[in-house]
Design a protein around this ligand. Sequence first.
Ligand code: 2P0
Length: 351
Amino acid sequence: MPPIIHQAISQCSPSLAIMKYWGKAHTANNTPATPSIAVTLKSLMTETRVFVLDGIDAQDMVVLGGVLQTTERYASFFAALRSLCGPSKVFWAESANNFPTAAGLASSSSGFAALVHGACAALGIIKDSKAITEAMSQVARVGSASAARSLYGGFTLLDRQAYHATELHPANHWPELRVIVVRIHDGPKEISSRKAMEQTRITSPFYQAWVDDALQLVPQAQEALANKNLPRLGELARKSYLRMFSTMFAADPPIIYWQAQSLTVMKLCTTLRQLGIEAWETMDAGPQVKIFCLAQQTNAILQALATQLPDCPCLVDEVGDGPCVTTVPRLLASVHPVLANAAKTYGVVLG
Ligand code: 2P0
């Protein structure tokens, strides 16, 4: 029997943590030690074309930004995806981001979410069902815990030890919220977040205090988010990222993602707040700084950034609606030669 091929293109946006996940409850199944609250962005995007093949004895393949990836990082994820999609399925995917990859802009969240979403779309198993979204979120978590949140739009919670994320509020809960992304340095991070959080968990004397504190802060942040109280939420978000980094600084060897300009943006936000402008910064596993603010104060913040850091490009994003399927790719061209050549080898025709 000739192989059966299904395909779909999925677009997913990164999940930016307001309250951070850092550290695993169980390393093997990749569940988080801390609860996290996040916003799914809108303009930053991963686009992934997924081919699901059946009746073929081949390896899974991922081409990211034009480069074939090593499969080791993806092995447990594809195993989980096969448990959802069928044990005989093989996945070939190609993916592109409209923002720097592995630079602290949550590319693994949108990347793994787009893979599972694209595969399920190809097989026609995406219905507007809570159960399917939860199952997809669960598979995405195996790839990257933050990816569990990217399967939903709006505002999400990934609870400690949870297998899947949940939606707290849809995107229209807070349409005025803006996120200014200040790009400090586009290169890939020196240490992956996966490795860095394990190093923190194992060696930082502050790690347990960080986990205990996060359990106190997250319910308060949930309430501030429900009330759309930016000063309160901003204050809690600031505690979350600074305490997360404090555990990293105390790790052995220490983990330092910050650059001098990151600190300049932090200090600028403090000054702006003293002037009555609600600019609340956060950082992730990289030097970039993201600023939570409201639409009407965005221009004032952008002007201050342009004056102090004229060489750092900024983009303004807002709350997104979550993954979608498209037939009109915006980032991917025709099928990548690596996949096209593999198809020839196996005598199959892709799309
Ligand atoms: C977050 N980050 O909550 C936190 C804040 C970075 C800082 O989730 O090991 O790529 O693949 O589950 O999800 C980045 O880590 O880690 C991350 P794995 P992930 O968004």
